[in-house]
Design a protein around this ligand. Sequence first.
Ligand code: FEO
Length: 401
Amino acid sequence: MKNIRKVTEDIVWIGASDRRLALFENAFPIPRGVSYNSYLINDDKTALMDTTDASVSEQFLENLKAALSGRKLDYLVINHMEPDHCATVGETLLRYPSVEVVGNAKTFQMLEQFFDAELPENRRVVVKEGDQLSLGKHNLTFVMAPMVHWPEAMFSYDATDKALFSADAFGTFGALNGNIFADEVEFERDWLPDARRYYTNIVGKYGNNVQAVLKKAAGIEISLILPLHGPVWRKDLAWLLDKYQKWSTYEAEEKGVAILYSSMYGHTASFADAMAGALAEKGIRNIAVYDVSTTDISVLIAEIFRFNTIVLASVSYNAGIHPKMEALLSDMKALAVQNKKVAVAENGTWAPSAQKCIRAALEGMKNMEIIEPAITIRSSFKENQASDFDALCAAVADAAK
Ligand code: FEO
């Protein structure tokens, strides 16, 4: 059954949601599902703005047919070639054999890599920065957005509706449940954690590239943002842009402390909870505590981006560090986490080694300020360490304020 929604007089949302996929990119848990958005512009010419993942291709193709309502499909604009959006390109080309494909040089290179089908030259419209395509009333301008999230990614801007087709940017995990507009849902309450988790884990590494494209976007008037995942934005764009400004410059959204611990038998966990309590007594209200072994790493990364102050408490392991904490540190580096104040605590029964490893990992990241003094626990915290503990908690509380 068709499931389409009008966005403006001429733009129709024709995407679909997947609530069965467990892991996005086979890496990130998506218990709330994910949407793959696609849009049709109905003008003198018709233009399809990206396709969808294979998992929802039948629904998408039905939606496309309904939105076209018997009209010919003139253009397929490919803003992003990752298969969660381009998997249905091959089938679309077969069903609409006269459609012209619009993309940049890298788009077509990837198209050839992913698909065997030959696309003749006369059905390729190769665009570069600033090129335009007239559909009649609507005029699309193409804005290159390399590494947001792949090198070929681009945005398409329609000056008539002041609409920015933003590819992965401004997207989020989460299936759309009828309400396709961000202002139709409680976005900050219900969607922001997943939007942050999506951005930080998928595009987090490319803050400089996001900054470059945000600067370009600042020069154009935007009333509508149409991402490839999650709700469409027609209100509160400044709020959303502020989030992207912070995330892409690695500026914390909130003052507060995220305490992340790895613990084998509960002693380091007990230390982490005691620290949370001590910080609460010092007036810190924004505190989150996570066991890195039982919390998905994508959640930990998102929380590290959110808070200005982090505590890493880990057991020692194999003359190094607990593997789950090691994996987190490795992911932090891969995603270019920076500008954090970090307190360190280690636990070791006979040869504590975690602190050295955490310090070395943090030194490999940018602008990571270590809050001193670090603490070494020998198996379990002892009262004769109380003054060191108090000093660390005071320093962490100061850092977080
Ligand atoms: Fe949603 Fe980079 O693909």
